[in-house]
Design a protein around this ligand. Structure first.
Ligand code: NAD
Length: 467
């Protein structure tokens, strides 16, 4: 598949293979983009942003609605492509496409709701005769960089709000899963003036780095791992930044919780997309009174999961993105075992597949609970009470989302106040997102919020007018 620069499909002699992680076969190739390609894309975006800025909000909203219809029609094809290139189960890929179309629709609606405000100038000295108000203006050109795990919806969370706020975009998909994202870019481009949306494939250290360091860009909206995010924020200079980074989300289950619901939530949260979800359940913290019963039921449900061909609608857990990722999980689990962790089920690898794994006898200093384990792994930690549960939950550099199961309002309110994360889900797994809600982590998990309305806000700057 080709890249997209200034409305043209661009190919290169040098290619990147895109593999199907379920069988290691090459599905397709994409061009190995260069710094020159990125510069061309940025120039095209800078020319075309003026056309967009001349358009009415009503027209841009209409265009986004047309894109929504088109993406909806291509949803089945795009879902298949997502499964082929990422190994995500076809059920989950179809779910991603449903959400993706809706995210575009939300942006079409938000395009008509970009408001400034009046400023009470007479509250300040000398302002009595002044009339002040703000207008929200586009930033100009936005660089969008995305990871492999939700290749379409995460791209839309950046591109659609950017366009809704009248910005041109240069988009870099993950080189591990660029196909569905490129197809999406082609669909969107067919409704937009040339150069408004450009998509350049290639290495993070080349294509990504050029985007981050090029001064003709006004913002970088990045979703990916903490190390990449930190290196981007050091290099980006005076650009506006949104950082949606990794998570190490806890699910706390207290003695007064509904265990059946908590177990179902834990299974969903820990193993969805083979555990490769930023808001996946990465640590399960159990109060000692319910721990035994929870563990028995959770292991039983984990063992029932069907691991296998991601194209089959029966499959619950597919492969990881590649064998290297599965080897990394294997190593982390081996290390935890050597430090005293017990494997209750799973613990086996075959190629890029890793069996859903439950671990107990975990202490909170182990790497498996200190770092983000991006795989189908559920480490269990038992605690005495809510205070200890909150202390364990906060004992990490991450702070994306958290989940708590309890029947007590008092416990819920205490946890909401004290847990250090961007979102707290009560009687739900942290692995919960609607595409309009404010989404984004605290601590090292990021800065800024996505969720269409919030992303649109971040894609503008405020200009003050005083009469
Ligand atoms: P990654 O950081 O390896 O790559 C993300 C993107 O950054 C890719 O497109 C990559 O090519 C690019 N990149 C790499 N080096 C770069 C550089 N030096 N300059 C600019 N760009 C560069 O992440 P990944 O492995 O693709 O994705 C998994 C990570 O993403 C996990 O940590 C996960 O938690 C996180 N994630 C976060 C969210 C969120 O919303 N908070 C959502 C999904 C995934």
């Amino acid at each position: 598949m080709e890249m997209l620069i200034n409305g043209n499909l661009v190919d290169k002699d040098e290619k990147i293979d895109v593999n199907n992680p379920a069988n290691s076969r090459v599905i397709d190739t994409v061009p190995q983009g260069s710094r020159e390609d990125v510069k061309n894309a940025i120039m095209a975006a800078n020319r075309s942003k003026k056309i967009l800025q001349e358009m009415s909000a009503r027209k841009i909203s209409r265009i986004l609605y047309d894109i929504y219809e088109d993406v909806l029609m291509s949803s089945d094809d795009l879902a298949e492509l997502i499964t082929l290139e990422t190994g995500k189960t076809i059920r989950d890929s179809r779910g991603e496409m449903k959400r993706s179309a809706l995210t575009i629709q939300l942006a079409a609606e938000e395009a008509k709701r970009i408001y400034g405000e009046t400023v009470p100038m007479d509250a300040g000295i000398g302002g009595r005769t002044a009339l002040g108000f703000t207008i929200k203006i586009p930033l100009g050109v936005v660089g969008a960089i995305t990871p492999f795990n939700y290749p379409v919806n995460l791209a839309i969370h950046k591109i659609a709000p950017a366009i809704a706020a009248k910005n041109a975009v240069v988009f870099k998909p993950s080189q591990k899963a660029p196909l569905a994202a490129l197809k999406l870019a082609q669909i969107m481009d067919s409704h937009l003036p040339n150069g408004v949306l450009n998509a350049v494939t290639g290495k993070g250290s080349v294509v990504g780095d050029e985007l981050v360091t090029n001064n003709l860009l006004d913002k970088i909206s990045f979703t990916g791992s903490i190390p990449t995010g930190v290196s981007i924020s050091k290099k980006a200079g005076m650009k506006k930044l949104t950082m949606e980074l990794g998570g190490n989300d806890p699910l706390i289950v207290l003695d007064d919780a509904n265990i059946e619901k908590a177990v179902a939530a834990a299974v969903k949260g820990a193993y969805m997309n083979a555990g490769q979800v930023c808001i996946g359940v990465k640590r399960i913290i159990l109060q000692e009174g319910i721990a035994d019963e929870f563990i028995d039921r959770f292991v039983e449900q984990t063992e029932k999961l069907k691991v296998g061909d991601p194209m089959s609608p029966e499959t619950d857990v597919g492969p990881l993105i590649d064998e290297e990722a599965a080897l990394k999980i294997e190593k982390t689990i081996e290390e935890a075992s050597n430090q005293g962790a017990t494997i209750l089920c799973g613990g086996k690898r075959k190629g890029a597949f890793y069996a859903p794994t439950v671990l107990e006898n975990i202490n909170s200093r182990m790497k498996i609970v200190q770092e983000e384990t991006f795989g189908p792994v559920a480490p269990l930690i038992t605690v005495k009470d809510l205070d200890e549960a909150i202390a364990v939950a906060n004992d990490t550099k991450y702070g994306l989302q958290a989940g708590l199961f309890t029947d007590s309002m008092k416990n819920a309110l205490k946890a909401i106040k004290l847990i250090e994360s961007g979102g707290v889900m009560i009687n739900r797994q942290p692995t919960f997102r609607t595409d309009n809600m404010p989404f984004g982590g605290f601590k090292m998990s990021g800065m800024g919020k996505e969720g269409v309305k919030y992303a649109v806000e971040d894609m503008t700057r405020t200009k003050l007018v005083v009469f």
